[in-house]
Design a protein around this ligand. Structure first.
Ligand code: NDP
Length: 535
């Protein structure tokens, strides 16, 4: 979706092309009476207060509510906790995780860190700017101002779509009733879109660790940190803080990071993180965090088949050890809504409906494919199905592209090589690793890697993977092609744009290898690179 990422709202539904990052609130908004404490709401269809009441004003909840209200003219209400940068049972904010403590602030920090590499690289291009100073507080203040602005934009977008906003913690009372801090609202349909929360392993001293909400909001640039985990969040913050000049140590419990991604990409990222000077500890599981009298932390970790690791003098330990659905204390079990026992996720059918017919759920709380644009898709499909009368409107979780904004970034759509071999048996692999043109003159040792996975029998391109500069921007276009069923022969007819890295995707002529084996599972299963997160 371009410069700001998919979770930044557009204000076009009121007939104004406000652009991706509207600098001001659209003027055509009409403010609907919003209930405060004790205020009443006018009836939806007479039987219920609302046609739709949504718990959670994150990306998915806002999109579903305002799309349903503005497109189908239904009466909608949404509840959300008061704004804050670190989430808790009493703090949240319109915009949710992605906007306030996820994708948006993270990407701003990625941009911030990337200047360091640009300054270093610029020297060989004749600039004398190797290491200018950094005023961390100014950066944090500007980032925070932007988040507050976006929170306001989300509120205005709800108002503009005539969705009532109720501040407070929502709880399901029964199949048609929601309670928000003591106020009760009835609704024909209830949508649960409360997202997820970070999980922290219960090791000794875990209370000294921080989570992603907090690493986005440090008062000072840390000198030395440890990051536990080898997933999206761990790699992103490892890259960000390494770029800012922090000494970064990353511990993951697998042999390689990014379980579920293509093996070649995993190897490549592992190697590139070392090239960039990060301290990596594979197969390491932390056992203890100790806080010293000087406030510095020490992490102790066991290493499979190796010596234990002890990391001392740490300013922070970030636990980036996964997230789980935020379903506790929501009244769901009491209302008869079935949850997945292991994860606490809400069980839904392909239309996002729970086992209680009037209660629906979208986004990370359903733990299908935990990405903001997927929550938006689920919200739109829900509205079309329930209020637009389209019996077939269901989200499509196949071939969803995603990116990890690590350094180098990674972007991927479709199947990994391993999944493609399982599903198709006969697979051709095209891959290329090279030094981007900019790095030749700068002396920057970082490389890029690209890979196509082709089902040999049909010639269809079933997986596209890249790690290297601009890969997220490049991948969006290839995601369209893969979704449309592009073949390798069709890619071969495309003329490249020169000189770019992207042209490599249409100029790889000879397969690196041809794999011929038996299919192990039917085509159509596990259609995303991050197979463990596939619906
Ligand atoms: P991930 O599931 O990506 O990674 C979790 C990591 O923590 C894995 O390496 C996992 O290891 C490890 N881990 C889990 N439990 C423990 C433990 N007890 N001890 C040590 N290590 C442990 O989760 P994240 O927290 O990084 O991100 C959460 C989700 O948020 C992602 O799955 C993604 O869907 C979404 N997200 C998307 C982003 C994007 O689109 N760019 C950015 C950030 C988040 P193992 O592999 O062994 O299980």
């Amino acid at each position: 979706m371009g410069r700001g990422g998919p979770c930044v709202p557009r204000a076009q539904e009121c007939g104004r092309s406000a652009g991706l990052y509207p600098a001001h609130v659209p003027t055509c908004l009409q403010v609907r009476a919003v209930s405060g404490n004790g205020a009443s709401v006018s009836g939806g269809d007479g039987e219920y207060d609302y046609d739709l009441f949504t718990i959670g004003a994150g990306s998915g909840g806002v999109r579903a509510s305002r799309f349903a209200a503005s497109t189908y003219g239904i009466k909608a209400g949404v509840c959300e906790l008061p704004f804050g940068r670190v989430a808790s049972d009493t703090v949240g904010g319109a915009g949710g995780t992605c906007v306030l403590r996820g994708c948006v602030p993270k990407k701003l920090m990625v941009f911030g860190g990337e200047f360091a590499e640009a300054f270093r690289d610029s020297v060989a291009f004749g600039w004398d700017a190797e290491r200018p100073g950094l005023t961390w507080q100014r950066f944090m203040e500007n980032k925070n101002k932007e988040l507050e602005r976006l929170n306001g934009v989300y509120m205005k977008l709800l108002e503009g779509s005539k969705v009532d906003f109720h501040e407070g913690r929502g709880r399901v009372v029964d199949a048609h009733t929601v309670e928000v801090d003591g106020r009760r609202f009835t609704a024909r349909n209830i949508l649960v879109a409360v997202g997820g929360r970070p999980t922290v392993p219960p090791i000794e001293g875990a209370e000294h660790a921080i989570i992603s909400d907090q690493i986005l909001n440090l008062d000072a640039l840390p000198g030395k940190i440890a990051i536990v985990g080898g997933g999206y969040i761990a790699l992103e913050f490892a890259g960000i803080y390494n770029n800012f000049g922090t000494e970064v140590h990353v511990l993951w419990r697998q042999a390689k990071p990014l379980r579920g991604f293509d093996e070649e990409i995993r190897d490549f990222v592992n190697e590139q993180y070392r090239v960039r000077g990060l301290n990596l500890y594979p197969q390491a599981s932390p056992t203890r965090i100790v806080k010293g009298p000087d406030g510095k932390l020490t992490v102790h970790a066991d290493v499979k088949d190796g010596e234990p690791v002890v990391l001392e003098g740490l300013d922070h330990v970030l636990m980036a050890t996964g997230r789980k659905p935020n379903t506790h204390n929501l009244g769901l079990e009491e209302a008869g809504v079935e949850l997945v026992e292991k994860t606490g996720a809400i069980k839904v059918d392909r239309f996002s409906r729970t086992n209680v017919p009037s209660i629906w759920a979208i986004g990370d709380v359903t733990n299908r494919l935990n990405l903001t644009p997927v929550a938006l898709m689920e919200g739109m499909a829900f509205a079309r199905h329930v209020f637009g009368g389209d019996p077939n409107a269901a989200p499509d979780h196949q071939a969803v592209a995603s990116a990890v904004f690590s350094s180098p970034p990674i972007a991927t759509v479709g199947l990994t090589e391993a999944l493609a071999v399982e599903q198709y048996g006969s697979v051709d692999i095209y891959s290329s690793s090279f030094r981007p043109m900019k790095n030749t003159i700068s002396g920057n040792p970082a490389k890029a890697m690209m890979k196509l996975v082709v089902a040999a029998d049909s010639d269809k391109v079933v997986g596209v993977h890249m790690a290297g500069p601009e890969c997220a921007e490049i991948m969006q276009g290839f995601a369209v092609a893969v979704k449309m069923g592009v073949t390798k022969a069709q890619l071969d007819t495309v003329v490249g744009i020169h000189p770019t890295s992207a042209e490599e995707f249409v100029t790889m002529r000879e397969p690196a290898r041809r794999i011929r084996s038996e299919k192990k599972q039917p085509v159509g299963t596990g259609g995303n690179a991050y197979g463990t997160h596939t619906a």
